[in-house]
Design a protein around this ligand. Structure first.
Ligand code: SAJ
Length: 442
């Protein structure tokens, strides 16, 4: 049997050793899915605290129950280490490291680079490597493969098998999981795709091979650019409807009655999260490198980035109509997570809205049942959520309540009754909000 056949054999009889490089909200669920299906899995992560917590049998990832970690550890199927040298023993490695943006707005490739540098020390004949981190088209072929082959002399498609397979993890979601969400797989060669498809098919319900890593890299970017642009479009619709004196929420609900050819998006105070505001900028950056301007992405990014300022301007106007100012008045922000019912505040527009209101002299407090503390890194201030027990008193006392994230935790009827004035940026109050003289909606 040749190298490929021997590796396929190990993957099929699950004697292959699996390494998951980067045990975050993508890597940990992936490690669990492979371990649940009988693979021997080793999570590798440089964060010693993560490793320590994990090795106590405790999960630090919201979507992975602690009992799952403890059970798989006890079964000897899932372990974790901070020692990259263990990569030398691996037959198959998935790289699941962050791909954020730098302050400049350019891609921050440092995590992929450092992970690949480590892997390059231990890569060997008969290994398959799958990059899962969202990145610009060309990363796998132009950056990862050369780093893994230049020194080792391994031949891609014969000794070493390299693919790109975009992660599609939506933290907190229970209907679509790592196991049942179809997984696109783009191989550097046919043999690479064959090996990785056999590997992933041993644990994931549907694997969808495509012709190249670029096709897989671009498919992921299409998925999230699609959302970012449509959210930008519906945010601009809100600006237009306000000028026209038309209720944007009614317009969207009416359009959404179309049973085909339409997908509902709703306006809001901006674009948060670790995917949607970021992934499309990896594509526009790459296109800029190729002297092409990705116009839709740049326009949508401009509109979405401006939404916090638009919300504060609308709030100022609404208070002015009530002979009130922001300056010196108490504003209570409800919800700072980047989307409802999660505990993630990354890129949340709430922080920009709060920063703008602070600058205007407002006395701002916030409540979020999922986010006890926030920290505006750029401006340096920190805040803590008011206690749940104080919520209604604070609603009553506020000159303005502004709903930024419409958590299901809130009793919106009670809030509407108790508040003096509400700016509702999410239409959380619905029809009652539309009809109330003390509510202004985005
Ligand atoms: N948002 C709007 N209006 C909308 C939808 C979203 O303003 O109509 C805002 C949200 O409030 C949030 C941001 O956009 O601040 C992103 O929201 P999202 O619903 O796209 O949630 P994410 O960032 O968690 O996106 C993830 C993505 N999953 C992956 O990348 C694997 C995305 O592809 C999923 O479609 C999305 O979850 C989902 O559907 O929940």
């Amino acid at each position: 049997m040749n190298t490929k056949e021997k590796l396929i054999q190990k993957l099929q009889d699950k004697t292959a050793k699996i390494g998951i490089l980067g045990m975050g909200y993508v890597g940990m669920p992936l490690a669990v899915v492979f371990a649940e299906k009988g693979f021997n899995v080793l999570g590798i992560d440089p964060d010693a605290r993560k490793v320590e917590t994990f090795n106590k049998g405790i999960s630090y990832i919201q979507d992975v129950p602690t009992e799952t970690v403890a059970r798989l550890q006890k079964a000897g199927k899932l372990n974790m280490t901070a020692d990259f040298a263990d990569l030398a023993e691996m037959d198959a490695v998935s790289i699941c490291v962050p791909t954020p943006l730098r302050q400049t707005g350019d891609p921050d490739m440092s995590f992929i680079l450092s992970a690949t540098e480590q892997l390059a020390k231990y890569v060997h004949k008969g290994m398959v490597v799958v990059l899962e981190s969202t990145t610009y088209p060309g990363t796998t072929r132009e950056l990862l493969a050369p780093m893994l082959t230049e020194k080792s002399g391994l031949i891609v498609g014969e000794d070493l098998f390299i693919c790109f397979s975009p992660e599609r993890v939506d933290p907190g979601r229970e209907d679509w999981t790592t196991y049942n969400t179809p997984k696109v797989m783009g191989g550097m060669t046919g043999a690479c795709a064959e090996v990785a498809t056999i590997w992933y098919s041993g644990a994931i319900e549907t694997v969808v091979p495509v012709s190249s890593p670029e096709a897989a890299e671009m498919a992921k970017l299409l998925e999230n650019t699609f959302r970012m642009i449509n959210i930008g479009m519906v945010n601009e619709l809100a600006l237009m409807c306000e000028r026209l004196g038309v209720d944007v929420w009614e317009v969207i609900d009416a359009a959404a009655t179309k049973p085909f050819g339409f997908m509902k998006f709703t306006p809001g105070p901006g674009l948060g999260g670790h995917c949607i505001p970021i992934d499309p900028l990896y594509l526009s950056w790459k296109m800029k490198e190729m002297n092409y301007s990705a116009k839709f992405i740049e326009l949508a990014s401009e509109i979405n980035t401006n939404m916090p300022r638009y919300v504060v301007t609308r709030l100022l106007d609404a208070l002015n109509d009530r002979s009130k100012t922001l300056k010196g008045n108490k504003v209570l922000v409800l919800g700072v997570a980047y989307k409802p019912d999660i505990d993630d505040v990354r890129e949340s527009p709430a922080l920009d809205v709060i920063a703008l209101m602070k600058k205007k002299g407002a006395l701002v407090e916030y409540h979020d049942p999922h986010i006890p503390h926030i920290h505006h890194e750029h401006e340096g201030w920190k805040m803590s959520s008011i206690a749940n027990a104080d919520l209604m008193d604070k609603v009553k006392a506020a000159d303005a309540v502004i709903i930024i994230t419409n958590h299901t935790y809130y009793d919106y009827q009670a809030i509407l009754a108790a508040a003096q004035f509400i700016f509702d940026s999410r239409n959380a109050l619905g029809k009652a909000g539309k009809e109330s003289p003390k509510v202004v909606r985005l």
